[in-house]
Ligand binder design. Structure first.
Ligand code: GTP
Ligand code: SPV
Ligand code: MN
Length: 595
């Protein structure tokens, strides 16, 4: 124990005024044996020094300073390029609290395994202490954490993604509570890699990966898995959702929260640029968040949402001047690119960028199409949200923004129409609970395989989905003014295998219909699965859809839906007696009408 204290004596006599934090850092140092300890203050000088250090040791490669000032390329280990869901665990005391949707290990076993990996793992390295705040620093909805890591890349990313440093530490010292996240890149051996959560202790241990959601512990580990557990106990929601403000020509703004699975369009919808005719009419779109949304009922009964993050860790491939000009403008400077390709003049490059040619691929090899795509399909950019031209003035509002509509959506090549509305809150919860989507490169494993991904939270819900659905249902109570719930599918394909819907900016047409529904101005026709836009209510003027696409986007396949609801029913049954009966009966009623 004395050995641990000496870390402070020698290297950092004044650590924090919070004894529990000092003690945890000291104990961690005793276990991991770093050469030195650095408490991050979040200053410009600190960041500059870290970037210099990483440039000197080759961790970060500077990009073309004329086209991308103060921007960097990071190449991760080729075996460490995405989240690892099969190595992610929830270590609750009771296995049923983690549920069939999570891998489970007992807390004792989880700690034993992780501490064996962490023992001595920071020898020769620096231990960084990162105090951070998820959410505006003065927001009652925000929550704090401290990540300990031996990766300067993680520090630089956390600085962009969270409110990190002195101000967060001050809040932590005042509140006395914080989520403890311990991370080491370890040896990057896929066989010695685990991401573990101890929700009852508000703690996280992550070993063996330096990538994104595995390593930036404020993001998926804290703001979703741990926060969802806390949210259930405290009466709020922690969701895998973007938040976007849609301003109509009258200057009224409706805020919409949307849950799409990883790499299924959240960043793009959050930064949408209206089609030309909408722009001329006065429509504007404001970005509040692109990945995570914390919501709670306000005094007026509406749900109020904050984005707990301060930056974007966005998918690079597919981002272009045509698909997402706001993102391109955002990442023009002070951006860290991970696993993208580079052009001959050292500009970042990825598939779908539409400008330039790759010279080196994401692994630094001369580009050869025989080796696959030049940029890794899950290559990403990390950038401060403040650089986004459409960043909402309300994004830093400590009270959050009121939510008018919640949108669920998946990547479905067939069956699911462009848009439909849920009949009421209970049906809306079922619509979210029965979401399906094709897997993407955001997690290791097969891509393009249909799986159930309720509320886009399959990889991120820190507790039993059955309890989670019950929690969602519980918001429907006297006095509540809940948002309308919708489902969208931008990804339906025609017989030629091409997307039927142009997507991106044109998605505003669908959001417009939703807002008209919220305001009670648009009609709908009722099908067993939900309410669809009445003929002509979805504004398609000026849109160059292929012949028959408009009909195909809404084509109703009765046999297909019957099979879908049989699957959904079976899926919900897998959760056993904890599943709220009302969801089962709601699904059953729909199946009966389909029959
Ligand atoms: P995570 O950060 O992994 O949670 O993902 P995300 O939901 O923010 O996904 P993102 O917006 O980055 O989109 C991922 C991929 O989907 C990109 O390659 C986009 O080009 C593509 N995409 C996004 N929106 C649309 C759309 O409306 N239509 C089509 N066809 N593709 C889209
Ligand atoms: C996702 O996979 O949903 C992401 C990227 O947003 S990561 O931070 O790696 O989880
Ligand atoms: Mn995500």
């Amino acid at each position: 124990m004395n050995a641990a204290i000496s870390y402070f004596d020698e290297k950092h006599p004044v650590a924090s005024r919070l004894e529990s934090l000092n003690r945890w850092v000291a104990e961690t140092a005793a276990l991991t044996q770093p050469d030195s300890i650095h408490w991050c203050d979040g200053s410009e000088e600190e960041n500059a020094a870290l970037l210099r250090l990483m440039q000197d040791d080759g961790t970060l490669l500077p990009l073309n300073p004329d086209t991308h000032p103060d921007s960097w390329l990071y190449r991760s280990d080729p075996s460490d390029v995405a989240r690892v869901e099969h190595l992610t665990f929830v270590c609750s005391r009771d296995r049923d609290d983690a549920g069939p949707n999570n891998h489970w290990m007992s807390p004792a076993e989880g700690h034993r395994r992780m501490d064996a990996l962490f023992a001595g793992c920071m020898r020769g390295r620096t231990l960084y202490v990162i105090p951070y705040c998820m959410g505006p620093i003065d927001s009652p909805l925000a929550r704090c954490g401290v990540e300990i890591t031996d990766s300067p890349y993680v520090v630089a990313n956390m600085r962009l993604m969270t409110r990190m440093g002195a101000s967060a530490l001050a809040r932590i010292e005042k509140e006395g509570v914080f989520v403890k996240g311990l991370h080491s890149t370890g040896e990057l051996d896929p066989d010695r890699r685990f991401i573990m959560h101890f929700p009852e202790e508000l703690s996280i241990k992550s070993y063996g990966s330096g990538y994104g959601g595995n390593a930036l512990l404020g993001k998926k580990c804290h703001a979703l898995r741990i926060a969802s557990w806390q949210a259930r106990q405290e009466g709020w929601l922690a969701e895998h959702m973007l938040i976007v403000g849609i301003e109509n020509p009258r200057g009224e703004i409706h805020y919409i929260a949307a849950a799409f699975p990883s790499a299924c369009g959240k960043t793009n919808l959050a930064m949408l640029i209206p089609p030309e005719s909408y722009r001329q009419a006065g429509w504007k779109v404001w970005t509040v968040g692109d990945d995570i949304c914390w919501m709670r009922p306000g005094e007026d009964g509406r749900l109020y949402a904050i984005n707990p993050e301060a930056g974007f860790f966005g998918v690079a491939p597919g981002t272009s001047e045509k698909s997402n000009p706001n993102a391109l403008a955002t990442i023009g400077h002070d951006t860290i690119f991970t696993n993208v390709a580079v052009t001959a003049d050292n500009q970042p490059w990825w598939e779908g960028l539409e400008a330039g040619q790759p010279s080196k691929d994401w692994q630094g090899r001369d580009f050869d199409p025989a080796n696959g795509p030049a940029a890794h399909p899950n290559s990403r950019f990390t950038v401060s949200a403040r650089q986004c031209p459409s960043y909402s003035a309300r994004a830093e509002d400590p009270q959050g923004v009121p939510i008018s509509a919640i949108v669920f959506g998946g990547r479905r090549a067939s069956l699911v129409p462009l848009v439909f509305e849920a009949r009421d809150w209970t049906h809306g919860v079922l619509v979210g609970a029965s979401m399906g989507s094709e897997t993407t490169a955001a997690a290791t494993g097969d891509v393009g395989v249909m799986r159930r991904d309720p509320m886009a939270m399959k990889p991120f819900c820190g507790y039993n989905f059955a309890d989670y659905f019950a929690h969602w249902l519980s918001f429907d109570r006297p006095g509540a003014k809940l948002p309308k719930v919708f489902h969208v599918n931008w990804f339906r394909k025609g017989e030629d295998g091409r997307f039927l819907w142009p997507g991106f900016g044109e998605n505003l047409r669908v959001l417009e219909w939703m807002i008209e529904r919220v305001e009670g101005r648009a009609g709908a026709v009722e099908l067993p699965v939900g309410l669809l836009p009445e003929n002509g209510e979805l504004r398609l003027q000026g849109l160059d859809l292929a012949d028959g696409s408009a009909e195909a986007l809404f084509d109703f396949d009765l046999a297909g839906w019957k099979a879908e609801f049989e699957q959904v029913g079976a899926y919900l049954q897998e959760y056993g007696s904890r599943m709220p009966p009302i969801l089962l009966s709601e699904a059953n009623e729909i199946l009966k009408t389909l029959r």
